[in-house]
Design a protein around this ligand. Structure first.
Ligand SMILES: Cc1cc2nc3c(=O)[nH]c(=O)nc-3n(C[C@H](O)[C@H](O)[C@H](O)COP(=O)(O)OP(=O)(O)OC[C@H]3O[C@@H](n4cnc5c(N)ncnc54)[C@H](O)[C@@H]3O)c2cc1C
Length: 303
């Protein structure tokens, strides 16, 4: 309830205040800011994946601009020797405008990333795009290998998707899922979503030639995953842990790195920070109350 109230009030809050919150989750408005964040992460043995903020472009020119933006990011990653790759959203490349043109943009970006030896992840959006995203991933990965996708454990279909991908050598990020989905297709109870996550993790780890990225801040899950990989003697170069920039799990991630695990932060940047922050909050009102505490905690007030 409180989270929903905060969301309702957001349009009335000063943009400067919202920006203070948003910048915890966003590396900055341009690549130079993101570069500094990543260099700092790399110096502490963390890896990164860069996301140019935005979804659902409204013209082909905008979508072409997104491709140009990502190519520039890829060039900088290579030139600066950053331990980083990219994450892209298909609607940002125009999927809802013109499917064929969007797929062509994904091929183009994947080719350019491959020419630089860099990996590219296709983020997963809402359930209306799940099958399309998996199909496009399968098509673009074919013959390239530097492309991966995301599975969301809150979807009831995901266990079967994990089974299908488990022996294909795919590179899968496994997350819980952030969009609001109806109960006929999605688990709603946190324990069900966790159980589904662990079943999918098991399928992906047991598969041959896969690489799995465990994207979660849920300490209970992180502990269970660490036990799972240790118990099964899964080689440490076949999986990694991932977290979103700004979520306060640094101590846990530092400890994982100290124990020899690979950890990657998801680093969004770009001018579209306001839309990103408000959309994330609308999708997950619980985070809105977290934001309110962050903004108004005594520690922050003194800044
Ligand atoms: C690297 C990465 C990539 C992702 N990619 C996608 C994607 O492509 N598609 C998709 O649908 N979803 C994606 N997500 C989001 C994911 O689906 C979840 O919505 C999100 O990670 C929260 O779930 P959780 O597993 O952290 O568990 P939760 O139970 O939601 O969170 C566990 C704990 O983490 C803390 N926490 C979580 N989020 C926040 C926050 N924003 N601010 C402060 N504290 C927080 C809280 O303390 C919470 O109790 C991604 C997440 C990560 C980490």
């Amino acid at each position: 309830m409180f989270g929903r109230f905060v969301i309702f009030m957001m349009p009335l809050m000063p943009r400067k205040l919202i920006k203070r919150f948003a910048m915890r989750y966003v590396a900055g408005e341009d690549f130079d800011s993101a570069r500094q964040v990543i260099q700092n992460m790399n110096s502490r043995n963390f890896h990164a994946t860069l996301d140019i903020l935005g979804e659902d472009v409204s013209s082909a020119e905008q979508a072409d601009g997104v491709v140009a933006g990502y190519k520039s990011v890829l060039k900088h990653i290579a030139e600066d020797g950053l331990q980083a790759n990219i994450s892209v959203k298909l609607t940002h490349l125009g999927l809802r405008l013109d499917e064929a043109a969007a797929i062509q943009r994904v091929h183009d970006l994947a080719d350019y990333a491959k020419s630089l030896g860099i990996f590219m992840r296709i983020d997963m959006e809402d359930s209306s795009l799940t099958q399309k995203t998996l199909d496009i991933h399968n098509e673009v990965r074919e013959g390239r290998g530097n492309v991966g996708v995301v599975l969301q454990s809150y979807l009831k279909r995901t266990e079967e998707d994990a089974r299908q991908l488990a022996n294909t050598g795919a590179n899968i990020r496994l997350c819980k899922g952030i969009y609001r989905e109806p109960p006929d297709i999605a688990f709603k109870h946190p324990d069900e979503i966790r159980q589904s996550y662990l079943r999918c993790a098991e399928l992906l780890l047991e598969g041959r030639g896969n690489y799995t990225a465990f994207a979660t801040h849920d300490l209970q899950l992180i502990t269970a995953l660490e036990e799972m990989v240790t118990f099964r003697s899964i080689p440490k170069d076949t999986f990694e842990f991932q977290a979103l920039l700004g979520v306060p799990v640094e101590d846990t991630l530092d400890a994982l790195v100290a124990r020899g695990f690979k950890v990657r932060w998801y680093v969004p940047f770009g001018a579209d920070w306001y839309a990103y922050a408000t959309r994330r909050l609308e999708e997950n009102p619980d985070i809105a109350s977290y934001m309110f505490r962050q903004i108004f905690s005594p520690q922050n007030r003194s800044r």
